[in-house]
Design a protein. Structure first.
Length: 428
């Protein structure tokens, strides 16, 4: 059984694929296609140094073959882009554009290099030049769509990606880009269809796996796709972050801890991975460790509402309710789109026996987010604490009719304990 699990695991499959590509490249040392395939796979897996070494070997073999040289040079430039090395990427694009007949490719490459730093204006200039040289340059149209996406030109971006798809129907990157745009436009079913097409054309694409996973509702399919994305690219911090968040919500604490540590290891200078790790260790009752992670995240990004919320939750767990409330209020002040600080503040006050404050936070949550059930649950708990059982039961009942994640069984039990004078709408 252990052997079977090893053979079927995505991680094993990825390493096996790389090994087979290495063997193919060694077996045919003069085959530039084999070198390109290996270099691309290594880049996508995050093995940038090995990828560049292999691509340079292929470039040396293809020196007198422009048709073979162009994709190798393009792939080498992408290695620099994936490393976020703008200057090296732009220089590599210049070398690509100097190849006979590849001027348009060079400008398209430069556009993608500018997009690494989200420079949409410069990218538009490069794509315009590329398309003037080659009106059907797929890479340029793809870069144009990405630039439109960065600039929030949704309609233009959708049109650009659709044009790119018409030129190359099996181009997974264009389907991924179109899927992202459609999702932003609220066309979820169409977006999912495009992202599934992208994955059908390129089943091992870490980006397609990640985009589809994050477009889907949280659940087993999404987590499976995220696991595959991290196996295909072990350094994929965003995928580890999304996976860890879902695992934490599902109560898979050990798995979430591994994902959070991988996210921190691969992106230590971002606040998000530290916040996730802090949430995981807090769930494991390691309060001091959680505080440290929250404070580390705030040093990286001082106005991080999620980091401030983590500090508040950890401080509340330590029993310092006054300092916790300050942090909850700060978290709410940093992000008025998230009711979680209000709800957690109400819960903390209720547990500390401060139901007047708990009620105030609960009222604020229900006023700001009247259709969100957790706010009504904490308000009801505070009302129970103040002896207002009838009003509390009405709030519990309302919570069961609204959206949001709550412990419905617990709320039903609380309702069952209500007195007979309560008006229950569904009682016969």
């Amino acid at each position: 059984m252990v052997l079977l699990t090893l053979i079927l695991s995505p991680g094993w499959a990825q390493e096996s694929r790389l090994d087979s590509l290495r063997v193919a490249a060694r077996s045919a040392p003069a085959d530039t296609e084999a070198s390109l395939a290996l270099g691309r796979a290594l880049r996508r897996a995050g093995h940038y140094t090995e990828a560049m070494t292999e691509l340079q070997r292929g470039i040396a073999m293809a020196a007198s073959k422009p048709a073979a040289l162009v994709p190798l040079r393009r792939e080498a430039a992408r290695v620099h882009m994936d490393r976020h090395d703008f200057r090296a990427a732009l220089a590599a694009c210049g070398v690509l554009g100097a190849i006979k007949g590849a001027a348009a490719e060079g400008h398209a490459c430069a556009a993608n290099a500018h997009l690494v730093w989200q420079r949409a204006t410069e990218a538009f200039s490069e794509t315009a030049t590329a398309l003037s040289l080659d009106p059907q340059c797929y890479e340029a149209k793809l870069a144009e769509g990405k630039a439109d996406e960065f600039a929030l030109y949704n309609e233009k971006g959708e049109a650009a990606f659709r044009t790119a798809i018409s030129w190359r129907p099996d181009g997974a990157d264009a389907h991924v880009g179109l899927g992202r745009i459609l999702l932003r436009e609220g066309k979820k079913d169409e977006a999912l269809a495009e992202l599934r097409k992208a994955l059908a054309f390129d089943p091992n694409s870490p980006d397609a796996l990640y985009e589809l996973a994050t477009a889907l509702p949280a659940g087993q399919e999404s987590m499976t796709l995220l696991e595959r994305a991290t196996h295909e690219r072990p350094s994929f911090a965003d995928a580890w972050l999304a996976l860890g968040g879902q695992e934490l919500s599902s109560g898979l604490l050990a798995d979430a801890h591994r994902a959070a540590e991988e996210a921190v290891r691969n992106d230590p200078k971002s606040a998000g991975p530290h916040v996730l790790l802090g949430k995981v260790v807090l769930a494991d009752s390691r309060v001091d460790d959680a505080l440290r992670e929250g404070e580390t995240a705030l040093k990286i990004l001082a106005n991080s509402a999620s980091a401030k919320l983590l500090v508040a939750d950890a401080t509340a767990k330590k029993g310092d309710i006054d300092r916790a409330l300050e942090a909850y209020q700060a978290a709410w002040g940093l992000d008025h789109s998230d009711p979680t600080p209000l709800v957690h503040a109400s819960e903390a006050c209720h547990l500390a026996g401060r139901d007047t404050s708990a009620r105030a936070f609960g009222v604020k949550a229900t006023q700001e987010f009247p259709e969100w059930s957790p706010g009504w649950v904490v308000l009801a708990d505070a009302l129970v604490g103040q002896g207002e059982k009838r009003a509390a039961c009405e709030a519990y009942y309302k919570a069961l009719t609204l959206g949001g994640t709550i412990d419905r069984d617990s709320v039903q039990r609380k309702l069952a304990s209500c007195d007979e004078s309560r008006p229950i709408r569904n009682r016969k």
